[in-house]
Design a protein around this ligand. Structure first.
Ligand code: SF4
Ligand code: SF4
Length: 185
């Protein structure tokens, strides 16, 4: 027989011996493999009680940032949407009104800001494109959902908690990477 790779093996059609016919030996071999893994170090983690440390380059769900006074940083310039290769970002701009200086940092702000997480590939281009440090990819997973509509994150889903009124939640959302950045500066 001509073969291309020499890896073909003829099928063994010998009749089974008595031991082979009761499958005890094969069951024993299978149990030995199970037993071997039983005493090995476990590779699984009891999530969510235990979590793996993130890689320093891990990119999770996006956060819309505020400044130290709690004002929204985003000016709805659209550069993140332009940079997004998955066309996942949409927004609507609005003019800041007199008296809203404590809410919005710039004269324009995003009245509506949405990211379609079903499209997002977590490339981080939106973060890189933003001139206002207004969006960054956090160290948190996008949670699972049963409904496609729940993957369209709106501004309220994405906005970081206010550092003035919710300092702990703000620090948590900033995450370890931001803390280590500060420590290195
Ligand atoms: S991470 Fe990439 S794909 Fe996701 S919204 Fe930002 S630019 Fe688009
Ligand atoms: S997040 Fe940044 S790049 Fe995107 S619209 Fe706002 S200011 Fe512009």
């Amino acid at each position: 027989m001509i073969t291309l790779t020499n890896r073909a093996k003829p099928v063994d059609r010998k009749p089974m011996t008595f031991i082979e016919s009761i499958y005890l030996w094969n069951i024993f071999k299978g149990m030995m493999i199970t037993l071997k893994h039983f005493f090995r170090k476990k590779v699984t983690l009891q999530y969510p009680e235990q979590t793996r440390p993130f890689s320093p380059v891990f990119r999770g769900v996006q956060i819309l940032n505020r400044d130290e006074e709690g004002r929204e940083r985003c000016t709805a310039c659209g550069l993140c949407a332009l940079a997004c290769p998955a066309e996942a970002i949409t927004m609507e701009a609005a003019e800041r009104m007199p008296g809203e200086e404590t809410l919005y940092r710039e004269e324009k702000y995003a009245a509506k800001y949405e990211i379609n997480m079903l499209r997002c590939i977590f490339c981080g281009f939106c973060e890189e494109a933003c001139p206002k440090d207004a969006i960054y990819l956090s160290e948190t997973f996008a949670p699972s959902a049963y409904n496609r509509q729940n993957f369209i994150y709106n501004k309220q889903d994405l906005l970081i908690p206010d550092p003035e009124t919710q300092p702990e939640q703000f620090a948590e959302a900033k995450g370890l990477r931001e803390k280590s950045k500060k420590n290195n500066n």
